[in-house]
Design a protein around this ligand. Structure first.
Ligand code: SF4
Length: 291
């Protein structure tokens, strides 16, 4: 019995940075408020609460002269303005890759391109990018493309966690109607690597376990990729969800985890599998290199 853990499984650079910035700010300033969940992982959110990082849903809940952390997803500029007006100290953990997309959207608009964001319209990262330009259009699916007005030209950016296959599909559909397109492929490398490794690993093993918040966009996409290639794929948030019956006639188990899944949860899952299998199996990390 073998367990293979994807090399990239778990926290990406941007999420690790945001968590570290929040913990450092809480140590220095006491309670730190996060507008929405700092990361999309309920178990890690609970742990962060014990360290003084408190999730709130509205600016009105933040007391004066306190500290707020901006998540790696970023926010629209009007949120920053409101926070400053309230005299709140801001720790900006917007991932630099997301900041770069916001800047690209602004520059496309300045060049005269209507701005199109490919991604989930209700995801905070997309809401944040959209807030930086006047009239963005957001494309989530092929239906949205059909409903678009007849653009002569279009400037395109994408959500960092967009599935790369979906990007190709969208661009192919858009190019049927639109003469001039300027595209920035802004899918984050961390996302590309995780998706590519998941594709490879899912085909090498008898069963895949994808770990991450059920509300995590990037984990959901890893699970969708895995399920397509390996029907024995399971999406779990924590070790307790693992069912012993999954392991019948299984030789090789693949594990991957979303960019917002902490290492301690991955380790708990491995330990639980080893307990179920009564030890004796090997655990290898990084066998599914993309190069
Ligand atoms: S997935 Fe990429 S863009 Fe998003 S936080 Fe991680 S490193 Fe930044």
């Amino acid at each position: 019995m073998k367990i293979i853990v994807a090399k990239s499984a778990g926290f990406c650079w941007g999420v690790k940075r945001a968590v570290n910035m929040a913990i450092a700010a809480a140590k220095k300033n006491g309670t730190v408020y996060s507008l929405g969940e700092l990361i999309h992982n309920p178990q890690e959110i609970k742990r962060l609460e014990t360290l003084g990082i408190k999730k709130i849903d509205s600016i009105n809940e933040i007391p004066k002269n306190s500290t707020v952390i901006i998540r790696s997803h970023g926010v629209p500029p009007d949120i920053i303005k409101k926070l400053k007006e309230k005299g709140i100290f801001i720790v900006d953990a917007t991932c630099p890759f997301v900041k770069a997309i916001q800047e690209k959207a602004i520059s496309l608009e300045k060049e005269g391109y209507p701005v199109c964001i490919l991604g989930n319209s209700s995801h905070p990262e997309v809401i944040g990018i959209a807030g930086h330009v006047k009239d963005p259009v957001i494309v989530e699916n092929e239906n949205d493309i059909e409903k678009l007005p007849p653009f002569q030209k279009l400037g395109i950016v994408c959500q960092t966690t967009l599935n790369s296959e979906l990007l190709s599909k969208f661009v192919a559909s858009l190019s049927k109607e639109i003469k001039e397109m300027k595209l920035f492929n802004t899918i984050c490398k961390a996302t590309k690597v995780r998706q590519e490794e998941t594709r490879k690993l899912a085909q090498q093993v008898d069963m895949m376990i994808v770990i991450g918040g059920k509300n995590s966009s990037n984990t959901g996409k890893l699970y969708a990729i895995s399920k397509k290639l390996n029907r024995n794929s399971f999406h779990i948030e924590s070790a307790e969800e693992i069912d012993e019956s999954w392991f019948k006639n299984i030789e090789k188990i693949g594990i991957t985890a979303g960019a917002s899944t902490p290492q301690w949860i991955i380790e708990e899952v491995i330990e639980r599998i080893k307990t179920i299998l009564k030890g004796g199996e090997t655990v290898e990390r990084g066998l599914c290199k993309t190069t």
